[in-house]
Every structure is written in structure tokens, then in C-alpha cells.
Design a protein around this ligand. Structure first.
Ligand code: BJW
Ligand code: ZN
Length: 279
């Protein structure tokens, strides 16, 4: 009898080889080596920006100018970034295994740009390239809008992404408005705190998990603190899944979702680890 070593990549690779149904839950750490900021932890966005004054529907009603400046800088950073080796490794596994699905909390669009098959990708927190009318009476939505300057006032030269310098307020008339109803203001097509996740995606993921035994759950670059996304780890375990956590700060973050019950813990940059363990 040899004690199980949670850092052993060989036992993982062996198990992966025999795994059929696999779910990956991804977070901001997946895009960290592409140069995009995470939310919590060192250098995280919520360290310099208050989540509740930016990522809630109430914040948008109260100060759409502040919210649009924040998201314009995020859109510009995301659209200029390149997918990294971790996005590519997940895309490659998806092509190879049609029983593999990726639930991503990321809104940066780097997984689709890495060639991840769309039918195996579930972006549960929306996308920065989606913008939609904020009016409850209107359903106007634009997908794949990669325009870095939605209005002249939100052009890259006018919004800085560092979060340090105070931006002058953008007058509301200079923010993007709905071309359909003419009344509503446009807003980012992302899921804010207190909003529900896209019903169709959540339904498909739940169906996929319920369908049959799940062999493996990969928890990649997420603190696993935001619900309901964090719940997919336990849902997979309830269907028999082993769990592997791939994260930069495994020992430093005792609250990290999944670590206490994980079968494998791989500490480091997922852009280095995933190409090795998923090959
Ligand atoms: C690396 C690395 C490298 C770094 N390699 N690793 C049940 C219990 C408690 C609360 C709730 C609950 N159900 C609902 C709630 C409320 C709320 C919630 O979860 N609150 C918690 C904070 C407690 N949830 C919601 O409101 C959700 N809606 C909902 O549930 O609707 C129904 C409902 C409503 C009201 C009441 C009850 C039910 C919606 C959640 C929406 C989250 N939205 C955001 C913003 C999106 C737009 C934007 O991008 O601005 O989504 S918040 C933010 O957090 C973003 C992320 O997707 C999400 C998750 O963060 P993530 O990805 O884990 O990032 P980090 O920064 O936390 O972690 C990065 C990790 O990577 C770290 O661990 C690093 O170590 C690691 N790392 N570099 C590998 N190179
Ligand atoms: Zn409208």
C-alpha cells in the first residue's frame, strides 16, 4: 500500500486516461498569465475597486459612468490580450473528448478565441463582448461587440485601467444608449452580484451532471467563493467525481474552494501545469 500523494502528476495522468466524463470549473487565474487581473488576492481588481460599487445592478443605476469606465478598461484589456497555453490545453482536450465540458466564470472571451468548441463551453457569468439594453422593457442585445470605444467618451485614451487615477465623470449622454428603444442605457452583458445566471446554460450544465457518473472535476484558477458556480465542485463529487485543483496559491488560501476534499492539488501557474497534465 502506497499512500496517495496529491501532488503526483503520474497518478493524475493515469486517472485522466481512464476518465470519460470531465467537467472543468475555471476562474480568473486561467487568464492571469495572459496579463488580465484576477478579482481577489494579490493584484486583484477588488483590492483597488469596491465590488459592490461596480458589480451590482444597484451600482449601475447609481453611477453608470463609474461602472462604464471600469468595464471599458476591462474590455480593452481583454480584447488586447492573447489566449495562453492553459486556454489552448483545455481547447485541445475538448476537441479530443466530447464528454468534456468547461464551465468558465471568465468574461474575457479568451477560451473561444483559443478555439474551444462553443458547444462544450459554458460562460456562466456572461461576456464583455456582449452589451445589452438595461431597460426592463427592452431586450436589445449585441453579441461579439469588440469595439474598444463604444462611445468617444469611453475610448481607450479616456479610460485608464490602473484604478489609481480618478477619472472625471462621463456625462450620461456620452454613455452608450440603446439603438432600439432609444431610452435605455446599454450595459455590459455580464452577471452581477444578485443577478441570476443564464437559465439555459445552468439548465444544460445541471442536465449534463445529472445524466451519468462524472469521473473528474478540474478546478482551475478560481477561489471558488462565488455561487452558484462554486457548487459545481460538490455536484460533480456527488456524481462520483475525483477533484483536481490547479491554483497558484494553494497553501496561502485556506478558503479555496475544493482544496479540503481534493484528490490532487497542483500548485502553480495553470498555463504551465495544464499543458503538462492534460497532454
Ligand atoms: C492562478 C493563477 C495562475 C492566479 N494559475 N491560478 C450562496 C451562498 C452565499 C452567497 C450566495 C449564494 N448564492 C448566491 C449568493 C450571492 C452571490 C455570491 O456568491 N456571493 C459570494 C461572494 C458570497 N452570488 C450571486 O449573486 C450570483 N447570482 C445568483 O446567485 O443569483 C441568484 C441569487 C441572487 C441573490 C441571492 C441569492 C441567489 C451571481 C454571481 C456573479 C459574479 N459576478 C462576478 C463579476 C462578473 C463581471 C465582471 O467580470 O466584472 O464574476 S464577481 C467575480 O467573481 C467574477 C468572477 O467570475 C467571480 C469568481 O472569481 P474567480 O474567477 O474565482 O476569481 P478570483 O480572483 O476570486 O480567484 C482567482 C484565483 O486564481 C485565485 O485563487 C488565485 O490564487 C488563482 N490564480 N493566478 C492558476 N496563473
Ligand atoms: Zn432598449
Amino acid at each position: 500500500y502506497i499512500e496517495h500523494d496529491p501532488t503526483n502528476t503520474n497518478t493524475f495522468k493515469h486517472y485522466l486516461l481512464h476518465s470519460k466524463r470531465i467537467l472543468a470549473l475555471c476562474g480568473a487565474g486561467l487568464s492571469a498569465s495572459s496579463g488580465l487581473a484576477t478579482f481577489r488576492g494579490a493584484g486583484g481588481l477588488w483590492r483597488t475597486h469596491d465590488a459592490m460599487s461596480l458589480a451590482t445592478p444597484q451600482a449601475f443605476v447609481k453611477d453608470p459612468s463609474l461602472v462604464w469606465q471600469f468595464y471599458s478598461a476591462r474590455r480593452q484589456a481583454a480584447f488586447s490580450a492573447k489566449p495562453n497555453a492553459a486556454h489552448l490545453a483545455l481547447a485541445a482536450l475538448s476537441v479530443k473528448n466530447k464528454n468534456f465540458i468547461t464551465v468558465t466564470q471568465n468574461v474575457d472571451g479568451l477560451s473561444p478565441r483559443a478555439g474551444h468548441p462553443p458547444e462544450q463551453l459554458f460562460p456562466v457569468h456572461g461576456s464583455l463582448s456582449t452589451i445589452k439594453c438595461a431597460s426592463v422593457f427592452c431586450s436589445y442585445t449585441e453579441y461579439n461587440n469588440f469595439n474598444m470605444a463604444l462611445t468617444p467618451a469611453l475610448a481607450p485614451s479616456r479610460v485608464s485601467g490602473d484604478g489609481e487615477s480618478e477619472q472625471p465623470l462621463t456625462p450620461h449622454v456620452d454613455l452608450p444608449h440603446c439603438p432600439k428603444c432609444g431610452v435605455g442605457m446599454m450595459r455590459p452583458g455580464v452577471v452581477w452580484f444578485g443577478e441570476s445566471l443564464p437559465n439555459d446554460l445552468v439548465g444544460s450544465i445541471d442536465d449534463w451532471i445529472d445524466q451519468a457518473r462524472v469521473d473528474l472535476c478540474l478546478v482551475i484558477g478560481t477561489t471558488g467563493q462565488v455561487w452558484p458556480a462554486a457548487g459545481y465542485i460538490g455536484a460533480c463529487q456527488a456524481k462520483g467525481a475525483r477533484v483536481a485543483v490547479i491554483n497558484m496559491e494553494i497553501d496561502d488560501d485556506p478558503n479555496l474552494g475544493g482544496v479540503h476534499t481534493a484528490d490532487w492539488l497542483f500548485k502553480g501557474d495553470c498555463a504551465e501545469i495544464l499543458p503538462d497534465i492534460l497532454q
